[in-house]
Design a protein around this ligand. Structure first.
Ligand SMILES: Nc1ncnc2c1ncn2[C@@H]1O[C@H](COP(=O)(O)OP(=O)(O)O)[C@@H](O)[C@H]1O
Ligand SMILES: [Mg+2]
Length: 236
């Protein structure tokens, strides 16, 4: 399965936020979308997920050699085709337990084999399954946000700044989870604003985004070597 967008133009509140954005992610690869705050990373993921409707351009899913246009489709329809979003800020329900947060995502009692499978990625979540969302650390919330995506059995996961604001130990363990998911054949499109080092050996390829435009597509080392791109994305 492949999820891709062509030539997206998105306007929000009278401001052009994306122009000419084309982006692809396939099963079994980790793709980075890198750009500073306000560059348009979240808007790109939201448009892929159907949460934002582009003024022009299209979003497509290719599955078993069949191409389907999903531009403007409802988010639940896109989710139903195997795409999950792990939102920036996580949006865990504070008054629900870990398990109840997962049940909301699943839409009912999560089957035992599925919950065991998900807790294999996050054994610590299994141990705190009855803890309320409000009592979770940032790292635990991020794990739960990914677990919530996993109970939907996605083929492609869009992760919005999944490593942001977390302790190095948590970052290390989330990086391992991302590698394992890729090994299972799941495709991951992840955004990153600041810290290129922590995604360098994680991503197969990257896009650079600045002011709503894709200004680079290729290997991360080539991106780091490109002075013009570096200046626009990191100001150095
Ligand atoms: N709901 C919104 N209302 C007003 N402006 C928005 C909204 N969402 C995004 N923007 C603007 O669109 C641009 C891109 O935002 P965003 O996609 O969130 O960037 P990033 O995720 O890279 O930080 C920013 O300039 C932001 O101010
Ligand atoms: Mg964002």
């Amino acid at each position: 399965m492949r999820l891709y967008a062509r030539d997206l133009e998105v306007w929000i509140g009278g401001v052009k936020v994306l122009s000419g954005v084309s982006i692809d992610v396939s099963e079994g690869e980790v793709v980075g979308l890198i750009g500073r705050n306000g560059a348009g990373k979240t808007t790109t993921l939201h448009t892929l997920m159907g949460l934002v409707r582009p003024r022009s351009g299209g979003v497509y899913i290719e599955r078993n050699g069949v191409e389907l246009e999903v531009t403007g489709s409802k988010p639940y329809r896109i989710a139903g085709m195997g795409v999950s979003l792990v939102p920036q800020g996580r949006y865990i329900f504070p008054d629900l337990t870990v398990m109840e947060n997962l049940e909301v995502a699943y839409g009912g009692r999560v089957p035992e084999d599925l919950i065991n499978e998900v807790f294999q990625y996050f054994p610590e979540l299994g141990r705190i399954r009855d803890r309320l969302g409000i009592h979770l650390s940032g790292g635990e919330q991020q794990m739960l946000a990914i677990a919530r995506a996993l109970v939907r059995r996605p083929r492609i996961i869009l992760m919005d700044e999944p490593l942001e604001g977390l302790a190095p130990k948590i970052v290390a363990s989330l990086r391992e989870v991302i590698k394992r998911l890729k090994g299972e054949g799941i495709g991951i499109l992840m955004t990153e604003a600041g810290n290129i080092k922590r995604v360098r050996d994680l991503v197969d390829r990257v896009y650079g985004i600045d002011r709503g435009e894709i200004i680079f597509s290729g290997g991360i080392d080539d991106m780091l070597r490109d002075e013009a791109v570096r200046r626009r994305i990191w100001g150095v």
